[in-house]
Design a protein around this ligand. Structure first.
Ligand SMILES: Cc1cc2nc3c(=O)[nH]c(=O)nc-3n(C[C@H](O)[C@H](O)[C@H](O)COP(=O)(O)O)c2cc1C
Length: 236
């Protein structure tokens, strides 16, 4: 039911350890619930090995896997730690946590070491309320990491990657639009220019005509002037 109502959701890996036995599981029913103290809640199936170990040890590590760990996430969900060692089976490298026995997951985007505050049965799942006692951030920029999302219909996607691809597509479309607009502008300019030139030509032609007229006038004047001079002499 919830697959249609509440997905997509980010996926997580939860590790636990009790009495020398460690396990890792894929989950996505997780939410932050408090800032002071920092706390989160997750729902674990009542039949899972993960719930069994956490209810005994009262501690766990919640890790955010990148989309490149998709196969690990799928593998850890397919089978129970009751039957196999998932770390070995899926080649998962681990690190030592500072405050809990549960191991850290190598390659995770971020991780939280947690101590159980409360457990509550919620039906076929049990809610685990955990206080975050230690955090681990990636060395690289958190924003460049791509967490893995579960679409809910057995398909998964890397949030950041999809987002970047979408952003890139939009950027390209914008560039294309701008280029086309400029092209159109240039076309319009070209259409306008011949008219301008025609107008310019007309203007030039008129100027030439006027020049010619003036020349003619001056010639006429020169022809008239010698006569005038003769007349003047006679009078004298
Ligand atoms: C993407 C994904 C998310 C899952 N989320 C949960 C979850 O939130 N809680 C849960 O109990 N099981 C969840 N499961 C199922 C468990 O991973 C599965 O039951 C697993 O085999 C239990 O392993 P375990 O017995 O070693 O604990 C999820 C599976 C997948 C593929």
């Amino acid at each position: 039911m919830f697959y249609k109502l509440l997905y997509p959701r980010p996926t997580y890996l939860v590790t636990c350890s009790y009495n020398g036995k460690s396990n890792i599981n894929s989950i996505d029913w997780v939410m932050p619930v408090s800032v002071k103290p920092p706390a989160l809640a997750m729902a674990l199936g009542n039949q899972t090995q993960t719930l069994d170990l956490i209810s005994r040890s009262k501690e766990f590590v919640l890790a955010v896997p990148p989309d490149s760990m998709k196969e690990v996430v799928l593998g850890c969900a397919k089978t129970s730690g009751k039957f196999i060692d998932k770390f070995e089976e899926f080649g998962i490298q681990t690190g030592k946590a500072q405050n809990v026995e549960a191991p850290l997951v190598a390659g995770a985007i971020s991780q939280m070491e947690c101590k159980v505050l409360q457990m509550m049965n919620a039906g076929d799942h049990t809610i685990i309320l955990g206080e975050v006692v230690e955090t681990h951030f990636p060395e690289e920029d958190r924003n460049s990491a791509s967490p893995l999302f579960n679409k809910g219909n057995k398909t998964y996607f890397g949030f950041q990657k999809e987002w970047f691809e979408l952003a890139k597509k939009e950027e390209k479309a914008e560039e294309k639009k701008e280029k086309e607009e400029k092209k159109e502008e240039r076309k319009e300019e070209k259409k306008e220019k011949p008219e301008e030139k025609k107008e310019e030509k007309k203007g030039d032609e008129k100027k030439e005509e006027k020049k010619e007229e003036k020349k003619e006038e001056r010639k006429e004047e020169r022809k008239e002037k010698p006569e005038e001079k003769k007349e003047e002499k006679k009078e004298k």
